[in-house]
Design a binder for this molecule. Structure first.
Ligand SMILES: [Fe+2]
Length: 385
């Protein structure tokens, strides 16, 4: 038995969805907006958000201190800032980094008794949530689906390791998701492709994990079809609001899918390369994905059948080839060798193997990953075999 949670309590989708901010129920009307850098401010998007908040009587404060892969230090600084500002809404505005950072800051703001990331990891049940504040997320890129997921990924740069703060009962799913395609039209082609491949990876891994169920399957299939069809359009025609909206929907659906099952070895290897060499999460997944499909297909008949099903939903037969062709169309790297020096890869290899094995995503892979398989996957992803 598992508890299913199909997204945020309230989800607003489509052009003009940002206006829903005016309806956030709040007594004190204090909104703390978390962003990754100043890009949303420079693009004039922050003003769109704050104009709506101000029209509804909110006082707001912005935090632009979060780095592209949010680190523990910036979470701690944000929490200290929040203790002074005392928001009753935390708004994650940006890509997965901004949204995950907002969720993580919220967890520690609600629970000052916790001092480390380890203390908010499963099996711990996070003590207080929604006592001081609630969370709203507004994605500006279509990738992580964090606006509807029950996790927040935070990097510890000292240990070069990523922690997934989670709550199995879905209490980390934001209260409100505002999915307005207007905010994603400024995302550059490279970023659009990387984030989009993350969403497709969520859909594909959700579909083959042994924890898949009819609810996650339905969402994963929808995410895959919408994502596959709309990602190239978003890359080639960035102002296309329909495609941008469809891609945001795909990323959100994929996020809800994996929140109700799990991921797999592609994320395990991508997290490892990403945390060790500073490679963006979506890009890393995009590089690894064809090799994880090949690996699982060779070792597990059920996975091979399920990959074939996904390919058939978009009129194809070979899912690995579908992804390879899509990556070529999106000008994405073929292997990690294009991104990481071979001397570094060889020097770090044993550590990488251990990181893959202990990664939060690895255990749910349909093929059980031991040291030999972790090494095989790392070599395949690196050398493009
Ligand atoms: Fe991901």
């Amino acid at each position: 038995m598992r508890q299913i949670k199909l997204g945020s309590d309230k989800m607003y989708f489509g052009e003009g969805a940002v206006q829903a901010l005016a309806d956030l129920p709040a007594e004190r009307k204090r909104a703390y907006i978390v962003m990754s850098g100043t890009i949303q401010e420079e693009l004039g998007q922050l003003k769109v958000v704050t104009d709506v908040l101000e029209s509804a009587g909110f006082v707001w404060k912005a935090n632009t201190d979060v780095e592209p892969e949010p680190c523990w230090g910036s979470i701690q600084r944000g929490v200290e800032d929040m203790k002074t500002f005392e928001p009753d809404w935390v708004i994650g505005f940006g890509g997965g980094s901004a949204m995950d950072a907002a969720k993580a800051m919220w967890v520690f703001y609600e629970n000052p008794q916790y001092k480390t990331l380890e203390e908010v990891m499963p099996p711990t049940v996070i003590e207080n949530l929604k006592v001081k504040a609630r969370v709203c997320c507004i994605p500006t890129s279509a990738g992580t689906g964090s606006e509807c997921t029950r996790a927040a990924l935070i990097k510890d740069p000292v240990q070069k390791r990523k922690y997934s703060i989670r709550d199995y009962n879905g209490r980390l799913v934001p209260d409100v998701a505002i999915i307005d395609p207007v905010f994603s039209t400024t995302m550059p082609r490279r970023g659009t492709a990387g984030c989009g491949m993350d969403a497709l990876t969520h859909a594909i891994e959700s579909y083959v994990t042994p924890l898949a169920n009819p609810f996650s399957d339905s969402l994963a299939i929808g995410a895959w079809i919408y994502g596959y069809k709309n990602l190239p359009v978003c890359c080639d025609d960035p102002q296309n609001l329909e495609a941008r909206g469809n891609m945001l929907a795909a990323s959100c659906l994929a996020g809800i899918a994996f929140s109700n099952c799990a991921l797999g070895i592609c994320h395990g290897v991508a997290h490892t390369f990403g945390a060790t060499y500073g490679i963006g999460h979506g890009l890393a997944n995009g590089v690894v994905l064809p090799y994880s499909i090949a690996f699982n297909s060779e070792h597990d008949e059920r996975s091979a059948q399920r990959y074939e099903e996904l390919a058939s939903f978009v009129g194809k037969t070979d899912l690995q080839k579908v992804i390879v062709d899509l990556k070529e169309q999106l000008d994405m790297p073929v292997s990690m060798k294009e991104l990481v020096a071979e001397a570094d890869f060889k020097r770090d290899f044993d550590v990488l193997v251990q990181k893959v094995i202990t990664d939060v995503a690895t255990p749910a892979n349909p093929v059980k990953i031991d040291e030999n398989y972790a090494a095989e996957m790392l070599r395949r992803a690196y050398y493009g075999e």
